[in-house]
Design a protein around this ligand. Structure first.
Ligand SMILES: [Zn+2]
Ligand SMILES: [Zn+2]
Length: 230
């Protein structure tokens, strides 16, 4: 958020974290969105993050050890995540972090997590958007969990948007684009934060690099997970 936007925000009405409709100051979202939230109901599959009864995962092929998310990437939640890419809204960041915290406590309650980390953007992409929503989510979640946030990864070059590629191309698209900049990851259990997981290619690549540098366990948490069969 720029200084001008911050000043304007003081005088602007509160808006739904999903659809941007003006809402009462005490609310975080409008009633229509609240009625259409696709919550992931436990028991949850640790491989794909979906409800166990619908996924059919037999084994795990990805580098992170577990994945969990409060929502499915559809309807109001999808709008909310796209909105977060256009606008740095502290209310939305805090709300999504709270929902992720509940999931982390429920799914990873027994895990001795050392700290959080996040999927990086290239320096150029960061200049254009002015913020990395994954980093903001990680910082808000870190505050809520009272755990440190580490900048462990760097994205070396820009890749075509994942949504423009098919499943197979997505894995190749992110291969080798991340490097580990923090050598203290060795032996740590890390909570890897991002806004959404679709095929898992990006989180897989990040977790793979962290493990090459000795990270013990990498637990992924996102705001939303795509609903699909494995
Ligand atoms: Zn709404
Ligand atoms: Zn599954």
């Amino acid at each position: 958020m720029t200084v001008r936007e911050r000043l304007l925000a003081v005088f602007l009405p509160k808006r739904c974290v999903f659809c941007d409709t003006v809402i009462a100051p005490v609310r975080v979202c409008c009633q229509a969105c609240e009625a259409h939230l696709s919550v992931v109901a436990p028991p949850v599959c640790m491989y794909c993050g979906q409800a166990k009864r619908q996924c059919g995962c037999a084994k795990h092929r990805l580098a992170f050890d577990k994945i969990a998310a409060p929502f499915y990437y559809e309807a109001a939640v999808r709008d909310g995540i796209l909105r977060l890419k256009r606008r740095d809204d502290p209310d939305a960041i805090r709300y999504f972090a709270e929902r992720m915290r509940e999931v982390v406590r429920r799914e990873y309650g027994d895990e001795p997590i050392d700290g959080l980390t996040y999927v990086p953007m290239t320096a150029r992409a960061l200049r254009e958007r002015e913020y990395n929503q994954g980093k903001l989510l990680a910082e808000a979640l870190g505050t809520q969990l009272m755990l440190p946030v580490y900048a462990t990864l760097k994205k070396i070059y820009e890749t075509p948007p994942q949504k423009e590629l098919d499943l197979h191309a997505r894995s190749g698209n992110v291969l080798g684009v991340f490097e580990v900049t923090d050598r203290t990851v060795r032996g740590k259990t890390l909570l890897l934060v991002d806004d959404v997981i679709t095929t898992g290619a990006t989180l897989h690549e990040c977790a793979k690099m962290l493990k090459i540098y000795g990270a013990g366990r990498v637990l992924a948490v996102t705001v939303a997970v795509r609903r699909h069969k494995s």
